[in-house]
Design a protein around this ligand. Structure first.
Ligand code: EPU
Length: 433
């Protein structure tokens, strides 16, 4: 297992290109199972989660090949409906294989993915959607068994306690595109990643209206065909690098950052006093090197277009060095504060009150050995370490490799002092392993 050694207090400077969006690429891979023709997906990020998805799909019988560094070709001829626990547990997004399996085979047997450190991750809304489409759904021995012999279009409502569901919407949508009749999905998610999946499905011959809204209407078709699709840029990765520029007092240009996908973050950064520019379409530049005064803010995470839960931890790092009392409230995953105890090890003054983190901004943090717990918490620790005085060691960086392509090398290009080392290189007295 690798660790990062980070020496902080250096402003980041330079330009970085956003990779393809992980949370679009994963369901796009699953959608390729909807046809026996070849689907080519471009701009796929190089991430361990993508490799896990490819492995599961090969197990299901698909041919999944990386034909160029960021291009994958998927051909799903003969498929088996059975996705076992040892593969599914590695990556929760594999639940979105259910929809395509139901559509293609009228049957799916997929393991429940199990726990997740960011809190409970139920799939009741996915299953409610499949049942609404006429499927028989049962859970036996840790597996969801879906009998899709009577699959047909229907009127569905997919809103839950925390609003819409991103993967739930695409999962049900993927079953609906090959279901006879009309399906209406109310309270559908409208995340850019969901829109991207809709666009590829349309390119494959699906009939979907209302794309990008909370009401999708699907006219089922008999079959889909192959297509070539380019994954959208990763708004969360882009937002993380903008926040890295902000927290280090740097000047960072993020190419491929779409302002429309990041409106809530940009609004909060401006409210906070961080200078942000949009020099070109699909490009954002943070000018935290210019004189400015940062102010405490209130952030509430919500489904898109609200503030993304996937940027909450990184924002929390920025707030921990922003004067005043900031409040970050999680309305999507109310327990998603694994980064807080680790930021506290770096001196951050943060109290958790129910679903909120109350952050008292300090002039600076101090480097410390910390432990990565999940993808976005790890990103927050990297940001905090880049801004902290002194040296930090971040353990279990495999979490960050799930969702950020070569973050250490990319940050180095911006002038960061960050090294990837084997765990043995970490002084024993600092290690928590
Ligand atoms: N929910 C239910 N029932 C369901 C499904 C969801 O109650 O059947 C609840 C969840 O517990 C949560 C809320 O609905 O409170 C929203 O969850 P959602 O289903 O939208 O999450 P997801 O689709 O499973 C995706 C991303 C997450 C991201 C969330 C929210 C992927 C692979 N994952 O998960 O990304 O946090 O949407 O935007 O697309 C990450 O990248 O670090 C990550 C965790």
């Amino acid at each position: 297992m690798d660790v990062f050694r980070v020496t902080g207090s250096r402003p980041l400077r330079g330009s970085i290109q956003t990779c393809g969006a992980k949370n679009a690429a994963l369901p796009l891979f699953a959608a390729a199972l909807l046809t026996d023709e070849t689907v080519t997906i471009e701009n796929v990020p190089e991430l361990s989660d993508i490799r896990f998805m490819a492995d599961i799909m090969r197990h299901l019988g698909a041919t999944v090949e990386r034909t160029e560094p960021t291009t994958w070709a998927i051909t799903a001829g003969r498929l088996t409906p059975h996705a076992p626990y040892d593969l599914v547990r590695k990556m929760r997004a594999s639940v979105c294989l259910m929809g395509p399996l139901i559509a293609r085979l009228r049957s799916a047997v997929v393991s429940l993915p199990g726990g997740c450190v960011i809190g409970p991750r139920p799939i009741d809304l996915h299953l409610k959607g499949f049942a609404g489409l006429g499927c028989g759904v049962s859970i036996e021995g840790g597996y969801v068994h879906i009998d899709g012999r009577h699959l047909r279009g229907a009127d569905l409502f997919l809103g839950g306690r925390h609003g819409s569901t991103a993967l739930g919407t695409v999962n049900v949508l993927m079953a609906a595109v090959l279901a006879p009749g009309t399906t209406r999905i109310e309270s559908a998610a409208c995340e850019p990643e969901v829109v991207d999946v809709c666009r590829m499905l349309v390119a494959m011959g699906a009939k979907i209206e209302g794309i990008g809204s909370h009401a999708l209407v699907v006219e089922g078709v008999e079959r889909l065909h192959g297509a070539t699709h380019r994954v959208i840029p990763d708004r969360i990765e882009a937002g993380t690098y903008l926040l890295a520029g902000a927290i280090t007092g740097g000047d960072v240009t993020v190419e491929g950052a779409r302002a429309s996908d990041l409106a809530a973050l940009l609004d909060k950064l401006r409210e906070c006093g961080v200078p942000i520019e949009a020099p070109r379409p699909d490009c954002l530049r943070v000018r935290a090197d210019l004189p400015h005064t940062r102010r405490a803010i209130d952030v509430i995470t919500m489904p898109h277009p609200g503030f993304a839960t996937d940027l909450q931890a990184q924002m929390c790092a920025l707030m921990s060095v922003t004067p005043g009392l900031s409040i970050l409230t999680e309305k999507v995953f109310p327990n998603r504060f694994m980064h807080v105890p680790e930021l506290q090890r770096m001196g951050a003054d943060i109290a958790i009150e129910g679903p909120s983190a109350i952050v008292k901004g300090l002039p600076r943090l101090s480097g410390a050995p910390v432990m990565a717990s999940d993808l976005r918490a790890s990103a927050a620790l990297v940001l905090a370490a880049l801004a902290a005085h002194g040296e930090s060691w971040i353990q279990r960086v495999y979490h960050i490799d799930r969702g950020y392509e070569r973050i250490d090398l990319r940050l180095q290009k911006l002038g960061a002092s960050i090294e990837r080392l084997p765990a043995e290189a970490m002084p024993r007295h600092l290690s928590a392993e």
